[in-house]
Every structure is written in structure tokens, then in C-alpha cells.
Ligand binder design. Structure first.
Ligand code: ZN
Length: 503
């Protein structure tokens, strides 16, 4: 029986992936000096997981000291714990650049000591790795191991490898997308963002695309993906005549990114997608478009600045696309299960539920209005039984919002004005508690009367005697009381206060 074939992910890039096109440029072999950013192992072979190299320089980062001179007016970030910075002869931990965030990984000395690199940044022409220690003592101990000249092993680790694969996939997809956009719609890419996982990334372009344009750009990009176009890197010495520039658009905005002004690595790097695109870039890129299935979110988000407008076109590819499809699929499954329908019926069913809810809300509002009027009429009816100069009443209800209590007060005031009792005075308190109460439940209190002063006086007494928190304006005072409301205790007290009986 034939052995089962196992297809493994290639661990290295093809030999012709990294091409040095200038005759005098070589990769430095002196291990006492760092290889400049542009020629690092992560840039020569982005599929490497592990390299052996040595320490060139190591220095503690002074707490709060910036790694680069801060921009004028920028805040200096303060690091937590003690940070050690290390420059290696070579590295597979990509220092952030070209819109691609930094890798994370590990530096190991011997078999026993492994340090986690939380960030690598380009400073001038070198990659500087940062390791954080909880205390300065632990940093000092690490310095005894990470001496200049020490042999170390650099790895990405599982999480670091996943992160890199995600970043590479999206960065190469961005080059492909920008190239197809430029060729098919003549729209330059003004900027792009490799957003934090798992959000969709985006390119910023001068105008929004139509849905037809989005679909055709996606088809065209994926035709190149299915072909599996190869990607390679061309590297040459950087000199005054070949510095990558930035195109200026008619509106004055710049398209793309120039070489950073503080870059001192002396290397010009061009990412080439065979027959599609050549673009200066320092990022790590997949050796081919295979498996880079590109998905464009089928809309563009328009942005407007003071003088110009632009739009964001969101895209996904690789592992992030699978995460996105999984999460959106799970969301629609949850929605359709709640609605007891199949996923394709969910949008129409949601629309129906929303319409039904609107109708139900209107019915509730109409019924509440009628109920408020009925409660007010009942109160007025009670008045006819009363002979005192001032009519007082207290009514407790359940689950009514303050707006309902207010509606009762308004209806009562209307009926009172129209009744033969208009010349008399009244003072009424309404309370409403939830049907099921706990110690954190709120009972609403509304006091209203024919005179501002008496409503206020009752409110102030409820504050004092019962601890109701509230306030009022004119003939109304409202508040909240927290706890389990008992009609025989708190209810009794409100009744007495309204009637002016001492408690
Ligand atoms: Zn790039």
C-alpha cells in the first residue's frame, strides 16, 4: 500500500525569492556588526521560524526614554517594568515598518534561558529588540547572559508565527489590491492600515467605488491569486538617484509612503509581483499569491477632510479572512436560531420583527396614554368624596416608568382645571416599584400639586424621612428610592407625609 502523502507548509522561501541586483552589495558577514534593515533574514526569507546569530549590542532602556527622538509636542510614553534593548547581527523578528507592525518572538541563550521579545523597532538602520523584565534586578541578571558576542537562537514561537503569517498575507494582499486598483481605476492608494487582528484592513483611495467596481477589482485580484503569481524581492544599494519618492496628486495630497527620513540602512528594496507590480517596501511578503484569496468588503466608507475627500476600501485575506467568515457565520447562525428560521430567511425575518415591534410600541404608547387618563379620572372621582380644603392622595403602582407617572400628573392637572373644583388645592404622590424587587431595586416617586411650595415641601420631607434622592421644579418633585419597597412601611410613610401628618 502506498504511503499517505503529507503536504507540509514550506519552511523556506524559494532560492530566487531574494535577489541582490547591485553588483557591489553583499550581506555583511562580520558578526560584530548588525546586518542593516533591508537585508535582515526576515526580509530575505520570510518563512524562516528560527535562526542562530549573536549579540552585537545590548543596553537597558531608561524608563520613560523614547526609542526615537519624540516629535515636537508628542507625549513620551512611559514603559512598565524595566526594558532591555538588544541589537543582533541578524534577526527573523521583523521591526515594524512600511505599515507592517512589529513581530513578537524569543531570544534564547543555551537551553535554559529564553527571553520574550515584545517588540522590535527600526532605529536608524538597525533592528532593536525589546525585552521587558518585571524588576531592574531581573534585567541585570539577563545582562549577564546576553553579553556582546553571545550566540543566541531567535525564534518566532507559535503565536509569533501566526501573527507574522497574518501580517505577511495582508501586506502582500495590499500590494496586489493597490496595483489592481491603480491599473483598473487609475486610483492611487493614499495610505493603508494593517489594523489589529481580527479587524478588516483598509486602503484609502481618492473616491468611493461602486459595488460593480468592487466586484470587478476583487475578481481581477483573485484571478491573479488563482494563477499563483510569484513574488520576489529586489535589493540594491540606495543612492541619491534611486531614492523612492512620493507622488503628488492634483489636490496636493501625497500617494504612498516615501523612505523614512531617518533610515540609514543604505538599501533600496523593491517588492515585485510578477507581471503585476513593483513597489518599494521594507515589509515581509509571501513568496507567491497562492492562498491569498482576497475578499473586499462590498462597500467603501467615505471620509471627508476639510479640503479633500477620500474613501476607505476594507479587505481581508488569509487566516484573518477565515476568522472573519467563521465569526460572521456564527453570528448569522445565532440570529437565525433565535428567529427560528434558516440563515437565508434571517434578514427578512429581522425586518418583520422590527416592524412588529414598532407597531407593538405604538400600541403600548396608546394604551399607556388611555391608562394614565383612567388613573387620573379615578383620582378626580375620589375628590368628590372629600370635603377638606386641600385634596391629598397617594397611589402606589408596579412597573410603571416615570414617564407614565408624569402622564397621570399631566392628565389630572388637565381634568382638575376643567372641573368645578378648580379653585381648590390638591397634593398627590405616586410611587412605582418593580414587581420583583431586590436590595438594589429602584422605586420611583412623583409628587405633584396645585402649589409649587407644597410639592417641594413634601419632596424635601421624603428626602429627610425616607432617604429618597431627587429634586423638583415648579409643581412637580420626582425622585428615586433604592431597596425593597414595602407598602406597610415606606408606602405608609409617604401617605402620612402627603397628608401632612407628622411621622
Ligand atoms: Zn508594502
Amino acid at each position: 500500500m502506498a504511503a499517505a502523502a503529507v503536504v507540509l507548509f514550506p519552511v523556506t522561501s524559494p532560492v530566487d525569492y531574494h535577489r541582490i541586483v547591485s553588483p557591489r552589495l553583499t550581506i555583511p558577514t562580520d558578526t560584530t556588526k548588525p546586518i542593516p534593515v533591508g537585508l535582515l533574514s526576515c526580509q530575505r526569507d520570510p518563512l524562516l521560524h528560527r535562526i542562530e546569530t549573536s549579540v552585537v549590542d545590548v543596553f537597558p532602556l531608561q524608563e520613560g526614554a523614547p526609542q526615537k527622538p519624540p516629535r515636537k509636542g508628542a507625549k513620551v510614553p512611559r514603559s512598565e517594568g524595566a526594558v532591555l534593548q538588544i541589537i543582533l547581527h541578524d534577526t527573523i523578528i521583523f521591526p515594524e515598518g512600511g505599515g507592517q507592525p512589529s513581530d513578537v518572538g524569543f531570544i534564547s541563550v543555551g537551553y535554559d534561558h529564553t527571553f520574550e521579545v515584545f517588540e522590535a523597532k527600526r532605529v536608524g538602520g538597525h533592528a532593536v529588540h525589546s525585552i521587558r523584565f518585571p524588576t531592574p534586578d531581573e534585567l541585570q541578571k539577563a545582562q549577564l547572559l546576553l553579553l556582546v558576542g553571545t550566540d543566541v537562537v531567535v525564534t518566532l514561537g507559535d503565536d509569533g508565527h501566526r501573527r507574522r503569517l497574518d501580517h505577511m498575507t495582508l501586506h502582500t494582499s495590499q500590494h496586489l489590491l493597490s496595483a489592481v486598483l491603480e491599473q483598473r481605476t487609475q486610483l492611487p492608494t493614499l495610505s493603508w492600515s494593517l489594523t489589529a487582528y481580527p479587524s478588516p484592513c483598509y486602503v484609502e483611495i481618492p473616491r468611493a467605488l461602486t459595488p460593480e467596481e468592487v466586484a470587478s477589482i476583487q475578481d481581477e485580484a483573485n484571478a491573479l491569486v488563482f494563477e499563483g503569481r510569484r513574488v520576489h524581492i529586489e535589493v540594491e544599494e540606495l543612492h541619491a538617484d534611486n531614492v523612492p519618492g512620493v507622488a503628488r496628486l492634483e489636490n496636493g495630497r501625497s500617494a504612498g509612503k516615501a523612505l523614512p527620513s531617518d533610515y540609514t540602512g543604505g538599501v533600496k528594496r523593491t517588492v515585485v509581483i510578477d507581471g503585476v507590480d513593483r513597489n518599494p517596501c521594507c515589509g515581509t511578503h509571501m513568496p507567491s499569491l497562492h492562498n491569498l484569496q482576497l475578499f473586499l468588503l462590498p462597500h467603501t466608507e467615505a471620509l471627508s477632510r476639510s479640503a479633500t475627500t477620500s474613501a476607505r476600501l476594507y479587505f481581508l485575506a488569509g487566516p484573518r479572512l477565515i476568522t472573519y467568515l467563521t465569526s460572521t457565520h456564527n453570528q448569522i447562525v445565532r440570529v437565525s436560531s433565535t428567529l427560528s428560521c434558516g440563515a437565508p430567511q434571517a434578514p427578512d425575518r429581522v425586518l418583520q420583527v422590527v416592524e412588529e415591534r414598532k407597531a407593538a410600541e405604538k400600541r403600548v404608547a396608546d394604551l399607556e396614554s388611555q391608562l394614565a387618563s383612567a388613573v387620573a379620572k379615578e383620582l378626580l372621582h375620589t375628590v368628590t368624596q372629600v370635603t377638606e380644603e386641600r385634596f391629598t392622595a397617594y397611589v402606589h403602582r408596579n412597573d410603571d416608568p416615570l414617564s407614565f407617572l408624569g402622564a397621570v400628573a399631566w392628565e389630572f392637572a388637565e381634568l382638575w382645571t376643567a372641573s368645578e373644583r378648580a379653585s381648590k388645592r390638591y397634593l398627590i404622590a405616586l410611587t412605582s416599584s418593580p414587581t420583583s424587587q431586590t436590595v438594589t431595586s429602584s422605586t420611583l416617586v412623583l409628587v405633584f400639586g396645585s402649589e409649587d411650595a407644597s410639592a417641594k415641601e413634601v419632596g424635601e420631607r421624603l428626602k429627610l424621612e425616607l432617604g429618597v434622592k431627587g429634586g423638583g421644579k415648579g409643581p412637580r418633585w420626582s425622585g428615586k428610592w433604592t431597596g425593597v419597597w414595602k407598602p406597610a412601611k415606606e408606602g405608609e410613610l409617604v401617605g402620612k407625609v402627603v397628608r401632612g401628618i407628622p411621622v
